[in-house]
Design a protein around this ligand. Structure first.
Ligand code: LLP
Length: 421
């Protein structure tokens, strides 16, 4: 069964002609906080987490929320409170996880290019597992563990040469990509290191990409991982889990697509025969739909050919996804005006022609000072924001049970300049 987005919980809906987040007026938040502002629904985050958790109820599993999607402390704490563990991709994300109340054992440390300092810290903390990206990294981890007189719990990330069918910039499972080690090399790498002092090879890991919208690549990756896990056990490697990474997409365009239950139904039959707990690293599927970037129209104009531009006070500095991946985000006026709909180019204020959120998007009339919301911006939005063109990092607000609070205030000019002499 394919999940219809309209059946999925919608946080951002118009009530009496005004955009609300779980019943709270978006315009009222903006009156206090200004624009641009990211607004998140706590309810939607919990709902998305639980739907993945329930989908995998048939097999032992642990959800390690991928912090890279959105690591604002209040969001990590919220997920922590309902039982989530984390996937950290850097030393910085490990520290965020700890400050949000995670135990080291709840952290999976992934990521291509971990520094020696990051590995030393992770080994000293005793994180749950470090997913190594190469044989060399496994060896460095083993040496660090030996030097510290500890054991390190490790897994190897394999690259199964499977096309995730996603945007090339976020597909990671092909031979040409920098990620992991070729699947066919993995068995020998484990075998050579299975009795290395300090190195406990407890898992296998795969992650073939992000915003995956078809089941087949996910099933194939799970099958490849399960095949490897069986071989390793035959070789006497004492595996404790298999980690299938993240990657489940969300319906940015509002069309029906696979959801958590279709994903679980496809991969559980591949993995269950192993009898090992399954680790999941979803990011986008948990927070993506829960957030919107609310921004104000600061100018409008018409080109000689008749193109209509609405220029916003937020652009690629606040939300880089459209510029970087050509990605689609739904855009809705906060208070839609009456009048004929027409095609609008919705653009940012940054000095780059790629600073465009949408081209020829059919919308109601827009005017200067109108508020618009860019939807499905909860994942890879705020975390990828920059000071480009000296924009201040935007504020972030969390709506929970009819109340809202600023979970990250807007950066000030002095804060932006504080590091400079
Ligand atoms: N695990 C690993 C090892 C990863 O590299 C990633 C994402 C995830 C889990 C979480 O994937 P998710 O469930 O969120 O698809 N900035 C891009 C997405 C980059 C994803 C990087 N890795 C975007 O805005 O689409």
């Amino acid at each position: 069964m394919i999940t219809c987005p309209s059946l999925v919980y919608q946080s951002f809906t118009h009530i009496d002609g005004e955009l609300t987040c779980d019943g709270v007026s978006v315009a009222a938040i903006v009156t206090r906080v200004g624009t641009p502002v990211y607004i998140y629904s706590a309810h939607a985050i919990r709902d998305a987490y639980r739907s993945i958790d329930e989908a995998f109820a048939a097999c032992p599993h642990a959800i390690h929320y991928a912090l890279k999607a959105n690591s604002t402390l209040a969001i990590v704490r919220l997920l922590r409170a309902i039982g989530s563990r984390v996937d950290a991709n850097s030393g910085g994300e490990i520290e965020v996880a700890l400050r949000a109340g995670c135990e080291p054992r709840d952290i999976v440390f992934t990521g291509v290019g971990k520094t020696r300092e990051e590995l030393e810290r992770a080994v000293a903390l005793g994180v749950g597992v470090i997913n190594a990206e190469s044989a060399g990294e496994l060896d460095r981890m083993a040496a660090i563990a030996a030097a510290q007189g500890r054991d390190v719990r490790a897994a190897l990330r394999v690259n199964p040469d499977i096309d995730a069918g996603s945007h090339p910039n976020i597909s990671t499972g092909l031979r040409i990509n920098k990620f992991g080690v070729p699947l066919q090399d993995a068995r020998a790498i484990y075998r050579e290191r299975r009795s290395r002092p300090g190195l406990r090879l407890v898992g296998v890991h795969v992650h073939i990409g992000s915003q995956i919208t078809t089941i087949d690549p996910l099933r194939k990756a799970a099958r490849a991982l399960a095949g490897l896990a069986s071989e390793l056990r035959a070789d006497g490697v004492a595996l404790e889990h298999v980690d299938v990474g993240g990657g489940l997409g969300i319906p940015y365009e509002g069309r029906p697509m696979i959801g958590a239950s279709e994903y679980a139904d496809a991969v559980i039959p591949e993995l269950r025969p192993l009898g090992l707990p399954v680790l999941l690293e979803p990011g986008r599927a948990i927070v993506g739909r829960a957030g919107a970037l609310v921004t104000r129209v600061v100018d409008r104009k018409r080109s000689p050919e008749g193109r209509q531009f609405a220029v916003l006070d937020a652009g690629m500095a606040e939300l880089i996804r459209p510029a970087l991946y050509g990605s689609y985000h739904r855009i809705v006026p906060v208070r839609p005006r009456q009048g004929p709909e027409g095609p609008w180019d919705i653009v940012g204020p940054i000095c780059e022609s790629s600073d465009v959120f949408a081209r020829e998007r059919v919308l109601p009339p827009l005017d200067v000072d109108d508020l618009v919301a860019v939807l499905d911006a909860g994942a890879y939005g705020a975390v990828m924001a920059s000071n480009y063109n000296r924009h201040l990092l935007p504020a972030e607000v969390l709506v929970d049970a009819g109340h809202w609070s600023v979970i990250r205030r807007r950066q000030t000019l002095d804060e932006m300049l504080a590091l400079e002499s």
